[in-house]
Design a protein around this ligand. Structure first.
Ligand code: FAD
Length: 467
């Protein structure tokens, strides 16, 4: 059969992993085709993930800041929220970025083929879309088909009041009573948005703390603030039954602390994401896929078929955009003949809640489990002039370092802008810095970034306050 499209490099999926890989491959001179089933490039992250959620979180932060201003004598009154305009703002942000990507693909002569792809052999992919099936023949391939939300089967998914994160980002309305199932990053970010817009929010989490991947002390300032804001959080509790009724979605709970409210106007199910590896007929191309749908890769992102690479959410945790982009770049470079491998020491995690929570490298929990001898430098933001000035003293910065070598091996930060602040520690760990290197680096005053240096100095016992 004659191929409709032939190329040296095929990239399947145009999320952060896929578009980065395709652009890099094209820049390195490989004739590249990018296959995508959505109408726009950018994948989950740009269309229904990182970007729209952060646009809405910005709106939530403005509502909260305006309310906070009352404390220092400025009263903006009760916010009036025009939902159509807010939705429009979010869509404008997304559109600007996805259109930018389409332009960058054109500039590089990356050919975009629209439709859903499935492998039919080691060098062929069938793409179904727009009422036709096209055959793409490739020499090398990078699979970047990402992940999708896990849908707990006992929820009535045909009822529009039951939402996954994509539905919640649509912002159809502001429900009076919202149940968020799952107290991880995505669930809590959406809880933050809807609470600021006026919903009465209940969160249930199966584990014994919110954001189970992070240290407990980091999560506490967020849990305290949520409580003050009237968000009901129920730990060690889960939903075991959900029924669509006229009055709302009626839920049955099991666990330590059952919510008083049992019927909700909307329910967001945010219990994790599952890889799309099992839906591509990848085995027909000789690519091994695990039972759960992950595609195993080596340190060069090569799958079990040497000419096929895989990157991003479908190769494993953490499912984060900045991991996908790095892997995408690496896979393209290796495919083009560069001798490289994946050697990232750490990948930062950030929850863009209020306060933000960010962590990188070894957590205190992990250090304890592994029996590592770690030193901990912890700087409370109550001693930072800048934090006091913005009325946010609940935060803190902590650094973890190996006691024997003094090298920084981890950090956790909670407070506004924690996500921006953590990048410095990621660099420190990558560079093999000792804790004193951070302490001896002059940080600008008065900034929240000083808290990182102070966490290093606190350990030395030299400075305690930063007014
Ligand atoms: P994806 O972005 O999932 O892209 C995969 C693409 O492949 C999709 O466009 C899909 O349509 C396409 N595709 C799949 N199968 C086929 C097929 N058979 N044929 C054709 N096309 C196909 N990460 C962060 O780092 N920071 C954040 O703040 C953040 N916020 C998030 C908020 C939400 C609500 C969600 C859901 C996720 C968030 N993430 C965040 C995670 C982030 O979106 C993902 O880690 C990232 O998008 C993964 O990139 P990827 O390239 O692996 O795959």
């Amino acid at each position: 059969r004659k191929a409709d499209v032939e190329c040296r490099m095929l990239v399947l999926g145009a999320g952060p992993g896929g578009y980065t890989a395709a652009f890099r491959a094209a820049d390195l001179g490989l004739d590249t085709v990018l296959v995508e089933r959505y109408d726009s490039l950018g994948g989950v992250c740009l269309n229904v993930g990182c970007i729209p959620s952060k646009a809405l979180l910005h709106a939530a932060a403005v509502v909260d800041e305006a309310a906070h201003a009352k404390d220092f004598g400025i009263d903006f009154g009760k916010p009036k929220i025009a939902l159509d305009a807010l939705r429009g703002y979010k869509e404008k942000v997304v559109g600007q970025l996805t259109k930018g990507l389409a332009g960058m693909a054109r500039q590089r002569k990356v050919r975009v083929v629209a439709g859903t792809g499935r492998f039919i052999s080691a060098n062929e992919l069938e793409v179904e879309g727009g009422g036709k099936i096209q055959l793409v023949r490739f020499e090398q391939c990078i699979i970047a088909a990402g992940s999708q939300a896990v849908k707990l089967p006992f929820f009535p998914w045909d009822d529009e009041r039951v939402m996954d994160s994509t539905d919640a980002l649509e912002l159809a309305d502001v429900p009076k009573k919202l149940l968020v199932v799952g107290g991880g990053i995505i669930g809590l970010e959406m809880a933050t948005v809807y609470r600021a817009l006026g919903s009465e929010v209940t969160v249930v989490e199966f584990m014994d703390q919110l954001m189970p991947g992070a240290d407990k002390d980091l999560v506490k300032p967020l849990a305290d603030r949520l409580k003050k804001q009237g968000v009901a959080v129920h730990l060690k509790t889960r939903v075991v039954e959900a029924k669509a009724q006229k009055s709302g979605i009626a839920c049955k709970f099991e666990g330590d602390s059952e919510p008083e409210t049992k019927t909700f106007d909307r329910v967001l199910v945010a219990v994790g994401r599952a890889p799309n590896g099992g839906k591509l007929d990848a085995q027909k191309a000789g690519v091994e896929v695990t039972e759960r749908g992950f595609i195993p890769v080596d340190r060069q992102m090569r799958t079990s078929a040497p000419h096929i690479f895989a990157i991003g959410d479908l190769v494993g945790q953490p499912m984060l955009a900045h991991k996908a982009t790095h892997e995408g770049k690496l896979a393209a470079e290796v495919a083009a003949g560069e001798k490289k491998e994946w050697v990232a020491r750490v990948i930062p995690s950030v929850a863009y809640t209020d306060p933000e929570i960010a962590w990188v490298g070894v957590t205190e929990n992990e250090a304890k489990e592994k029996g590592l001898k770690v030193g901990v430098g912890k700087f409370p933001w109550a001693a930072s002039g800048r934090a006091i000035g913005i009325g946010r003293t609940e935060g803190f910065t902590k650094l973890l370092f190996d006691e024997a070598t003094q090298r920084v091996i981890g950090a956790g930060i909670v407070g506004p802008h924690a996500g921006d602040l953590i990048a410095e520690v990621a660099l420190a760990i990558e560079m093999g810095c000792e804790v004193a290197d951070i302490g001896h680096t002059i940080h600008p005053h008065p900034t929240l970034s000083e808290s990182v240096a102070m966490a290093a100095e606190v350990y030395d016992g030299t400075i305690t306050d930063l007014y």
